[in-house]
Each structure stands twice: as C-alpha cells, then as structure tokens.
Ligand binder design. Structure first.
Ligand code: C2O
Ligand code: CU
Ligand code: CU
Length: 486
C-alpha cells in the first residue's frame, strides 16, 4: 500500500467558503453516552432464500438531552431504525407501514431495484395508517446503503425528525476477505447527523435553512456525545453522512491513519489509506482503523474540522497487523455504447434559486430516457458561482455508477469503486459512466435535502424496448393525499 494521503478535504476552497448562515458544530452539554449501535432488523419469517421484513415509520420519544425527552421519529422505534441486512442472491418481501399522521415513502438509497414504486421515491406514497408491500431479489455486491423517506417536498423535515436507517448488503466475496464483521464490536455504523434542540425539542421550521438545514450538535447513530469502547485491534467504521446538508471532514484527533475499503456501492478495487476524508450528504465510506498502536486506557477522538464528535476509549486486545489484499474487488470496466457523453445535466443556484437543468422538479415530467443495460457517459456540471458557490452532492437512484474524470482530471483516490452520490465542486464537471440494470422511472438530484425538496431534482425513464411500460406518474397533490380518504 502507498503511504497515507494527507489533507484529503476534497475541495478545501469550496468547503471553506461558507456563507453567514453556516452553523459550526459544538459539543453538546450532556454527559457522554455509549454509542448507539442500531441492532439488526429481525425477519418476520425466513423461508429458504425468501426473507420477510416489516418496517413501520412511527413517532416516539427519545432521551437525548438532560431533562425532558425529545419527540422523535424512527422506523420500528423512536429514532432512526434497525439495521436492515440483505444478502446478495436472496429475495426480500418487505411490508412498509406508516404509523405517522402524514404521508411518507421508504426509499432504498443505493439499491438496484425497479422504479418508481419499489425504489420508494415520491411515486410510492404510504398514507397514514396504510402499508405497501415490495419484493425484490438483491443482485449487487456487498455494500453499505441506507433507507430514508422521500416524499418531496417533505423529505428534509422527515429525515430531520429522525427517519433514516443503515442497510447492509453482504456477499460471499466479502466474507472471503475476512474483514471485521462482528456487529457492534468491530463492525460499527457511524451515521453522522447534526441537530439543534429548542427546550429539548426539534423544531424543523425554526432550524430551517433553504440552502440546507444545519444543526448545532453532532448526533451520531442518534447518540449525543458518544463514546465507543475499542475491544478489537481492527475496527470497521461504516460512515454514512445522513445529514440534511452538512459535509463531514473526518480525521482523528492525532491524525491517526485509516484505510478506506468501500465506497457507496461496495468494495473499492484497492484499499486507500488516508488521514483525512470528506463526505458530502448521503455518501458512505467504510474504513478500517487499526488501533494496535494505542495502549489500554488511551483515548482518541474522531473530529470534523476541530470538533470531536466520537470518542474511542481503548480497551484490552492483542495488537494485529492490517493484512489486506492488494485487490479488494474487481470493478467491471464497462464499455460505453457511445464514446461521447450522451447526457449533460447542470446543477445551478443557491437558496430558492436552485435548479436542475434550469428547471424545478415536476413529478409528471420525464426529463430524459436511457435504454435498459445501455452503458452511457454523463457529464454532471455544477455551474454554481454565486458567492464562490457550494458543493452539490449529485445522486442517481436505481444504479451504481463509476466516476471517470473531474474537470478532465483524474478522480480522487477513493473514487475508483461504485458510487451513487458524488460531491460536485463549484464550477466543476464530473464525467460518470452509468448503466441501469433495472427498468423504471428514477430520480436524480442534489442530495442537500432542502435543495431536493425545493425541486433540484429530475427523473429518468429506463426503458426496455422489448417491454414498453406505461407508468402512472403521480402528481404532487396525489402523492400528498390518500385517494381513499377525503
Ligand atoms: Cu437518498 Cu433520492 O435519495
Ligand atoms: Cu436514492
Ligand atoms: Cu444542492
């Protein structure tokens, strides 16, 4: 392995140019608490390779701060949700229930699944008291994905209130690498969010920022001021930026290196050693940290900028070497059907001026089409130059893509694997190679949740010329109102 990459804050200038509304994170004034590790969702039933799950979106209350409990939302619980485990090759039957008193959807971010209903975007509403059943077979490699609501324009508030869960895909190839896999011991989720509380309560309207809502306090897996006791030399941290808006610039307080093994859609071709890593909203990175060079009783913290948000207390274990193969995964080098980019999309603006290709989202408009299984090159541009602009994280549903160039240059060291979300820097054009293996209508959008809700989003139809499908595309009004109720 090469020596660690230092100062990988992938666009320092963009990150440092924050407007007056930027909220710096601060340490919450609460006693430290053990890091919450959402347990694995228990199947309702396992029948050979068919697994049945139920997920219910609900309200509840959570003891977060000192004093009054906080009203929060979650899946099958009061905040966030259980970890949903999928195994490549198996078939899942999921019942999605809504116990909220407003409409929601269940979006499988990063899952290659047919659209627009199973995928759980805005065309798949589950009304209060209602349910929806979906069935699919997982046919993609091991990865860290996530589940979140998507009833735009209400997505950002529902996530803010607590709806989000981590989703893992596991497969035989990854198991053959013997990576840390003991959930909660050496395989740890790190869902990074930020929240502000008013008299111990969330208040989305009060916290709202049209350019992306930021919170004052880090909330990690739903824990304020968390610590984790390290009892294994090598720990896998599955970072998920589950924030509405915030980019996280991760590093240890002592700049201890870590090794990224996986990006959004699965294992990287090669491990990449860093001591700083930046994630934009919805991106994931799995890293291995070797704590062998610490002594029992040592304490090291994970920071974003200079703010510690997760404390590691070193316990007792036998040191180990990090023995990783040179090659973690083989990423197929798909040949584009057309050597030139066939699709260009432009993210522009800030505040309520944000647009995708100059337009606002319309649920009943198909913005572009691509043939099923065709390999295409897309150019994704961020033309935003107001006040030095801002990073827009670009996300596409229903597929994983490959990043080829950033402004004609090589991509970052950790972008050689599958991605479904990429931070596009102000003024930059990113070239991606994209193939959809499932038909449907899918969203593509900026993943700053308030930009998405404002309408910085569009949809693509993936069609199979042999099996044309006519989709019923809901209007926003239809999505919001249960047709069986007045
Ligand atoms: Cu993670 Cu369309 O979203
Ligand atoms: Cu998505
Ligand atoms: Cu944006």
């Amino acid at each position: 392995m090469n020596s660690p990459i230092h100062d990988y804050f992938f666009d320092k200038t963009a990150f440092d140019s924050r407007d007056g509304a930027y909220i710096h994170l601060q340490q919450p004034n609460t006693p430290e608490a053990p890091l919450n590790v959402p347990e694995m969702l228990t199947p309702d039933k396992v029948d050979g390779d068919d697994i049945y799950y139920t997920l219910t979106a609900q309200t509840g209350s959570t003891q977060l701060l000192t004093g009054a409990v906080t009203q929060t939302w979650g899946y099958n619980g009061s905040l966030l949700g259980p970890t949903v485990l999928f195994e490549t090759g198996k078939t899942y039957h999921i019942t999605l229930k809504n116990a909220l008193n407003e409409v929601t959807t269940f979006h499988w971010h990063g899952l290659n699944i047919v659209g627009p209903y199973d995928d759980g975007g805005p065309h798949a509403p589950v009304y209060p008291g209602g349910e929806r059943k979906i069935t699919f077979t997982v046919d993609q490699p091991s990865a860290t994905l996530w589940l979140h609501p998507h009833p735009c324009p209400e997505t950002a508030r529902q996530v803010w209130n607590g709806l989000a869960a981590m989703v893992l895909i596991k497969d035989d190839h990854e198991r053959s690498l013997n990576l840390p896999a003991d959930w909660g011991k050496n395989d740890i989720p790190v869902i990074m969010q930020d929240r502000t509380y008013y008299d111990n309560q969330l208040n989305y309207q009060k916290s709202y920022d049209v350019d992306g809502t930021l919170g004052e306090y880090p909330l990690i897996n739903g824990t304020l001021n968390p610590y984790f006791e390290v009892t294994s030399p090598i720990v896998r941290l599955r970072f998920l930026d589950g924030s509405n808006r915030r980019e996280w610039r991760l590093h240890f307080s002592d700049n201890h290196p870590f090794t990224q093994i996986s990006s959004d859609g699965g294992l990287l071709p090669q491990p990449v050693e860093f001591d700083h890593l930046m994630l934009t909203t919805a991106e994931r990175a799995d890293v291995l940290v070797n704590f062998s060079d610490y002594q029992e009783g040592d304490v090291v913290t994970l920071q974003t900028d200079d703010l510690s948000f997760l404390t590691f207390k070193i316990g007792k274990f036998d040191p180990e070497d990090l023995n990783l193969p040179e090659t973690l995964a083989t990423i197929p080098d798909l040949t584009p059907d057309d050597p030139e980019p066939t699709f260009h999309t432009v993210m522009s603006g800030m505040d309520d001026e944000v647009r995708l290709d100059g337009k606002l989202f319309d649920m009943q408009r198909i913005d572009t089409r691509q043939e099923l299984n065709k390999v295409a090159l897309w150019e994704v541009t961020n033309t935003n130059d107001m006040d030095d602009g801002m990073i827009h994280p670009f996300h596409v549903h229903g597929c994983q893509f490959q990043v080829l160039k950033r402004d004609g240059h090589d991509v970052y060291a950790n972008e050689h694997g599958w991605k479904d979300t990429i931070g596009v820097n102000p003024g930059e054009t990113v070239l991606i190679k994209i193939q959809f293996t499932k038909p449907g209508v899918f969203m593509y959008h900026c993943h700053i949740l308030e930009h998405e809700d404002t309408g910085m989003m569009a949809q693509i139809e993936i069609y199979d010329p042999k099996h044309p499908v006519k989709y019923h595309l809901l209007s926003m009004d239809e999505m919001m109102h249960d047709p069986t109720k007045k």
